[in-house]
Design a protein around this ligand. Structure first.
Ligand SMILES: Cc1cc2nc3c(=O)[nH]c(=O)nc-3n(C[C@H](O)[C@H](O)[C@H](O)COP(=O)(O)OP(=O)(O)OC[C@H]3O[C@@H](n4cnc5c(N)ncnc54)[C@H](O)[C@@H]3O)c2cc1C
Length: 145
């Protein structure tokens, strides 16, 4: 797939898999995201947990998203990038932009996040907004005409 086709897939997709690593140990989770083609980055949000702690230690990440029609018709994008946490006050404007980009995708994680809040009221589970700056990206497609 061309870079333009990879970008088109990322614009359409809502869910991907974020891979982080620490001390030679990879860790992958499904997560909602929004692609910003102008800034060439992904916006994501999360509660504080393992992946955030690991990315704070090692900001290098991989990310994968796909569209699967059926077994012989699918497209997949894999990218490498760098984690950057959108903190107040220096990233306040961009954080608002990220919040807006992700507003349609928040349902994926909203309910479990509320459940967590109920289970662990003392834990800091305010959403953390972050972006992944894309360093490189490839796409692979299987098409059965
Ligand atoms: C469709 C979908 C959309 C999602 N969207 C978001 C989103 O937008 N933002 C977001 O933060 N999270 C989202 N999640 C949840 C996400 O996959 C993680 O479960 C969650 O973020 C917690 O990750 P953590 O590293 O903070 O976990 P922690 O709570 O710190 O993890 C503790 C342990 O739980 C296990 N664990 C954590 N997550 C999973 C999992 N998904 N499957 C199996 N075991 C797990 C791990 O082994 C880990 O060691 C989504 C999940 C799905 C399925």
């Amino acid at each position: 797939m061309s870079q333009a086709e990879c970008c088109e897939l990322l614009k359409r997709a809502q869910l991907g898999r974020l891979a982080v690593s620490r001390q030679d140990q990879p860790y992958v989770v499904p997560i909602a995201f929004s692609f910003d083609p102008e800034r060439n980055c992904l916006y994501l949000f999360s509660t504080l947990g393992k992946k955030i702690e690991w990315m704070r230690e090692n900001p290098k990440v991989s990310f994968q998203a796909d569209e699967i029609a059926y077994r012989s018709n699918w497209s997949s994008v894999v990218l490498n990038g760098t984690y950057l946490e959108l903190r107040d006050p220096q990233h306040a404007t961009e954080k608002q932009h990220a919040r807006q980009c992700l507003s349609q995708h928040r349902q994926w994680w909203l309910l479990p996040m509320e459940e967590r809040r109920g289970e662990v009221p003392d834990l800091d589970i305010d959403p953390i907004f972050f972006r992944v700056d894309i360093a490189s990206m490839t796409g692979l497609r299987a098409v059965n005409d």
